[in-house]
Design a protein around this ligand. Structure first.
Ligand SMILES: Cc1cc2nc3c(=O)[nH]c(=O)nc-3n(C[C@H](O)[C@H](O)[C@H](O)COP(=O)(O)OP(=O)(O)OC[C@H]3O[C@@H](n4cnc5c(N)ncnc54)[C@H](O)[C@@H]3O)c2cc1C
Length: 578
């Protein structure tokens, strides 16, 4: 990893007459999706505070519209801010993530795919965002919630130290320099990192960088009828209504169907790749089609049948901030904090967690009951989870073309998402300082177990050679692995964590029985560790953390969104137990 000190010097005082300054409690810099999410949430949770969003008019910029596929945490976040009915009405249903593993990736004439998706519907169904429409409506919703807007671009910033207020100067749309001051400031300025670059440093990975090329396509013929699909069991829902992923050599392709009234059909299509592993140039539609013809001609055919509306690309875009929250009241969120690989569509979910943490910190500051250590713990937990997921995704590119390894690596990760992260988030461990304090201890050190599991997957794949659907059917049943009802009482956390370790053991066990027990010695240490952790989670975690388990605040209030209607029973019993 490389440290890029991009800190820029800035004057210590913005030169202006004090009477010109507009005072706010919170400034949110950036009016794209992260800024609007943060401002709306903060205003709803802290209605007594004045929240001002600073940014250009949406129509005055070419926004990079990504972040269309919502997952469990991001959809709950939008329900929480009162957007459930709106999302249901206006944006397309998403059943889940669907992965297409080509059985013979090097043969363009072979259209056989093993398709992996939940067989049954998920309990919490999600949505695909048509971003231009969504951004417009979220902005309006923010304004209706009481958020104020200043149209313009920030030009200078002075961090408030020792209790001083932060100062920001903004060139407004009328070309006037205006000065603002605030107690708290949230940097949601995306890749510009307007505040981030002044207050911290950023780290970029030296190897395993990421690039992406994407576009929106209208009036096309879908790829599904072209494929020869095999599945463990047919999905009980319309497979088209999901986020589609095609796996290849050092790359994967996303296809996200979007709701539209302007076109017959609309879809977001993009390719994400590691430039050190994927040698194709990817700067134009011609490049995209030439590359995709080699691996997934059905996708290329779909693209040729439609009309391309716009194209975007990012090169070597990964970075992450070395600090994301400060004692002095600045916070970096969304792309200002880090850039993500969107393999699991969790970018906005991670941003939603940040916004909940920032709100918790501001609430704690107002009530004088949050310590610098609490802030450091919340930040550590978020950064550890974000970093581990990204490092793991980076590693996966080397074997994405191998259907057997790729599906197992994903199941391994999704076990972590469904059986650890989601229940912990739901119960407040990622957003309440008491929960974060407990998680910090669990997240220390690196996850050696995952490394040995990846070695096992590769060894078994090498042994099996060319695989068929029957080989996938003998591994783990994804429908059993996913914890659809992670929205359970905090008292079940020990059991849910034990289940997470139990699945890790089961995956190893199943593979050993497939690949041969001579692989056992290399796995023994991890098996023992996971077995002990399973027992500790089940029998000791609850006892050791009994006080915290009574005090930790759930991450959602659910008073606005109508989600209660979707899950009345579960919600009420959860509340009562709490
Ligand atoms: C290829 C790709 C695909 C993705 N897909 C998904 C997905 O399917 N699901 C998901 O959850 N996440 C996804 N993500 C992640 C998610 O899309 C991003 O996290 C999100 O779009 C970032 O939004 P943002 O508001 O932080 O940044 P941006 O959208 O870049 O917004 C930054 C804003 O700040 C403004 N700004 C900059 N400088 C200034 C200044 N000086 N003054 C005022 N304003 C300023 C800009 O004008 C802009 O409006 C994806 C990411 C990538 C890279």
């Amino acid at each position: 990893m490389q440290n890029h000190p991009e800190t820029q010097s800035s004057s210590s005082i913005i030169d202006c007459d004090r009477s010109d300054i507009i005072d706010a409690d919170i400034i949110v810099l950036g009016s794209s999706i992260s800024g609007l999410m943060a401002a709306t949430y903060l205003k709803q949770k802290l209605p007594e505070l004045e929240v001002i969003v600073v940014g250009p008019k949406p129509e005055a910029e070419k926004r990079a519209y990504v972040g269309e596929s919502l997952t469990e945490i991001s959809i709950h976040f939008f329900w929480e801010i009162g957007f459930k009915d709106y999302l249901d009405r206006t944006h397309d249903l998403k059943n889940g993530l669907t992965f297409y593993h080509k059985l013979r990736i090097d043969d363009p004439a072979d259209y056989r795919y093993s398709v992996h998706a939940p067989g049954q519907s998920l309990h919490f169904l999600s949505r695909q965002l048509n971003r231009p429409i969504f951004d417009r409506d979220l902005r309006q919703h923010a304004a209706q919630s009481g958020v104020k807007f200043m149209i313009g671009k920030a030009k200078d910033f002075v961090v408030g130290k020792g209790g001083d207020r932060h100062q920001l100067s903004v060139k407004t749309s009328e070309n006037k320099l205006t000065h603002l001051s605030s107690r708290w400031i949230v940097d949601a300025s995306g890749q510009k990192r307007f505040i981030g670059k002044k207050v911290t440093t950023y780290t970029c990975p030296e190897t395993g960088q990421r690039s992406a090329f994407w576009f929106r396509l209208a009036n096309f013929e879908p790829f599904l009828p072209q494929l020869e699909i095999s599945q463990r069991r047919p999905s009980e829902y319309n497979l088209w209504q999901s986020t589609h992923h095609f796996m290849g050599h050092g790359n994967w392709i996303w296809c996200i169907p979007l709701k539209t009234i302007e076109h017959d059909r609309l879809i977001s299509v993009g390719i994400s790749y590691r430039p050190d592993l994927y040698s194709h140039s990817m700067r134009s539609m011609e490049d995209f089609l030439a590359a995709v013809d080699c691996e997934h001609p059905a996708v290329a055919q779909m693209v040729r049948s439609g009309e391309v509306l716009d194209t975007h690309n990012y090169h070597n875009y990964l970075y992450s901030a070395d600090e994301i929250y400060s004692e002095t009241g600045w916070f970096l969120i969304g792309n200002s904090a880090r850039m993500v690989d969107p393999l699991y569509s969790t970018g906005l979910a991670m941003t939603a967690i940040q916004i909940q943490q920032v709100t918790e910190i501001i609430q704690g500051k107002i009530a004088s009951n949050i310590t610098p250590q609490d802030i450091a713990n919340l930040s550590f937990v978020w950064r550890q989870i974000a970093m581990r997921r990204q490092i793991d995704i980076t590693d996966q590119y080397a074997t994405m073309h191998d259907p057997f390894v790729a599906h197992l690596r994903r199941y391994w990760n999704l076990n972590g998402w469904w059986n650890a992260i989601l229940p912990l988030w739901w119960s407040g461990f990622l957003t309440d300082p008491r929960g974060a304090n407990i998680l910090c201890k669990l997240l220390e050190g690196d996850d050696r177990g995952s490394k040995s599991a990846a070695q096992l997957f590769e060894a078994v794949s090498a042994k099996l050679g060319n695989v068929e659907q029957s080989d996938f059917d003998r591994t783990i049943d994804f429908d059993r692995l996913i914890n659809r009802r992670f929205d359970r009482s905090i008292s079940t956390i020990p059991l849910q964590l034990a289940r997470y370790f139990q699945w890790r053991l089961q995956i190893r066990w199943r593979l050993l029985s497939l690949g041969g027990w001579q692989l056992l010695p290399s796995q023994l240490r991890s098996i023992l560790q996971e077995f002990v952790r399973m027992l500790l989670s089940k029998y000791l975690f609850g006892y050791l953390n009994r006080d915290a388990l009574r005090e930790i605040k759930l991450s959602l209030d659910f008073d606005f969104a109508g989600a209660v209607r979707q899950d009345k029973e579960g919600y009420l019993s959860h509340k009562n137990e709490g």
